[in-house]
Design a protein around this ligand. Structure first.
Ligand code: SF4
Ligand code: SF4
Length: 164
């Protein structure tokens, strides 16, 4: 897995133009079955990808924290939301709460998330490849294929299966 992760930025860069063209076409004319296709591709990929052997998303990017995330996680630590924010978060250039640093503070040596049950919504949904109306998040996916080997494989499979 470490080799795959190491090579991913270069592989993603090589595919960037092709992916961008594909996503532009997808957005203009998404197939009727797209939600169903994405659900199937996502399930197939995650049957063979073990996130515990990877954790590259937690190590390199980290999520956005919504107000609901902040409230839930602060409660978990018995902190006030403001205390949790001060201790762990910062505001980024888009005015969103993000981690003060990566790898994520809540990631263990064994790649387990220490706040798994209350983790941010963005962590639960990453890499968003089973999202409804997937064509609307193609910009995000263009970036995620350089971080997430599963997202990379899903996009490659999309291009094989969906003829636009
Ligand atoms: S979601 Fe992607 S980047 Fe994150 S641990 Fe799983 S395979 Fe790795
Ligand atoms: S909160 Fe958990 S799942 Fe989210 S980035 Fe941190 S370690 Fe990963």
């Amino acid at each position: 897995m470490q080799d795959v992760i190491h090579n991913l930025p270069k592989l993603a860069k090589d595919k960037h133009k092709e992916n961008k063209t594909f996503f532009t076409k997808l957005k203009k004319k998404p197939p009727k079955q797209l939600d169903y296709i994405m659900e199937e591709l996502h399930e197939e990929e995650f049957k063979q990808t073990d996130c515990l052997k990877c954790a590259n998303c937690c190590k390199t990017t980290g999520p956005l924290f919504t107000d609901k995330d902040v409230d839930r996680i602060a409660k978990h630590f018995r902190l006030k939301p403001s205390q949790f924010i001060e201790q762990y978060l910062r505001v980024d250039e888009d005015n969103d709460y993000v981690l003060q640093s990566v790898p994520c503070t809540f990631l263990g040596e064994d790649n387990y998330c220490s706040i798994y049950d209350v983790r941010p919504k963005a962590c639960r949904e990453f890499p968003h490849t089973d999202r409804k109306k997937f064509q609307q998040i193609s910009y995000l996916t263009l970036k995620n294929v350089a971080i997430c080997p599963a997202a990379f494989n899903i996009v490659e499979e999309m291009k094989r299966r969906i003829k636009l």
